[in-house]
Design a protein around this ligand. Structure first.
Ligand SMILES: [Zn+2]
Length: 351
């Protein structure tokens, strides 16, 4: 089993599909439901350098996913309904939730029409600074800097680093290195470094935000759609685990109050920015509970099980990853085999 698992992890989802192993694993792994995680939904771009490509799927792939779930007789439900089913232990039917992080305009323009075809509800987690037009989507800014730069110069750990970024491969390598470095910095240092790169290479972070994210006005009519639930995604999209407890609490409560005031509807659901174990752990799970969120989703991979009801602010998700937009992997994702591999076969991963 161990060797098989390592092989699968090495070879990825394709191997899991072609081995047929997901059919064997399904009875123990499938769980009662899943929360799918998406970001952008938009048409594919032809560019060679797309380091954030994992954060986008095409409308066609979203449609194929919904059709697959429908063919498997899986209910697509709101986060409120999932919350109720977990609390009331209603597991007669399998369910799936669709969640979209950050508040991108393409969720309205490309995801909503597809969701409507299936009368499928979904939750959109809004970062309040992004809706103000003042947010910093530094991962996209970094992509734009490297896309236009022939050379990148930064100081990492006190040492000057110079990277040639002329080819797509060199740009990808530079992005990976800088992304890893930036993720480890404090929020303040991260924004200072990205701000300096943007200034040097003529990238306007506010323009990126306004270009990609829905404004409050747009969100207001979007939220009026009966299929749409609006959730919170902090004020500034910071790594909560890097903040003082007071700041983290404020990020959770002030963003929520701002959304409620602007959209005139209650907010019960949260997604942690970045959402991995370096950005959301036991302290953040407790803070979300205290702040009054009914559910909070991470980016830890996994399916829902009956015991998930005891960890409603530490919910795992299944990523619809833009790098794996092959309909043959859909049975693998919904079997839970892939996420179980990634999380080491833990049914609950909430520590
Ligand atoms: Zn996010």
């Amino acid at each position: 089993m161990k060797q098989f698992r390592n092989t699968v992890i090495r070879a990825g989802l394709g191997a899991l599909y072609f081995s047929g192993a997901h059919y064997l694993l399904r009875p123990i792994l499938s769980g009662v439901g899943a929360v799918f995680m998406l970001h952008h939904v938009r048409r594919a771009k032809p560019a060679d350098f797309q380091p954030n490509h994992h954060l986008e799927v095409t409308p066609a792939f979203l449609r194929a996913t919904l059709a697959h779930l429908k063919s498997r007789d899986i209910d697509i439900v709101t986060m409120d309904e999932m919350h109720q089913r977990l609390l009331n232990r209603q597991f007669a039917r399998r369910f799936a939730c669709f969640t979209f992080d950050d508040g991108y305009r393409d969720n309205r323009d490309h995801a909503l029409p597809v969701m409507r075809e299936f009368a499928a509800p979904f939750t959109c987690y809004v970062t309040s600074d992004f809706a103000e037009g003042a947010g910093r989507l530094w991962w996209t800014a970094l992509e734009m800097v490297i896309a236009r730069a022939g050379t990148i110069e930064v100081t990492i750990g006190g040492s000057p680093v110079r990277m040639a970024t002329l080819t797509a491969a060199a740009k990808q390598a530079a992005f990976d290195r800088l992304h890893d470095w930036l993720r480890g910095l404090s929020e303040h240092d991260l924004q200072r470094e990205v701000g300096a790169l943007c200034a040097r290479h003529g990238v306007d972070q506010a323009a990126i935000c306004r270009d990609l994210c829905m404004s409050w006005d747009e969100l207001k009519s979007f939220a009026d759609d009966p299929l749409v639930t609006i959730g919170g995604h902090t004020i500034s999209h910071c790594n909560l685990a890097h903040q003082s407890e007071e700041t983290a609490r404020e990020e959770l409560t002030v963003s929520r109050a701002r959304i409620e005031e602007k959209l005139q509807r209650p907010v019960f659901h949260l997604a942690y920015p970045y959402g991995d174990r370096f950005a959301a752990g036991a302290r953040e799970f407790a803070l979300a509970r205290t702040a009054g969120y009914k559910t909070a989703v991470t980016t830890r991979p996994g399916m829902m099980f009956p015991e998930t009801a005891g960890h409603l602010t530490a919910l795992p998700r299944v990523s619809l990853n833009g790098n794996y937009q092959d309909t043959r992997i859909l049975p693998v994702l919904t079997s839970g085999a892939a996420t179980a591999m990634w999380n080491g076969f833990r049914r609950v991963d909430a520590a």
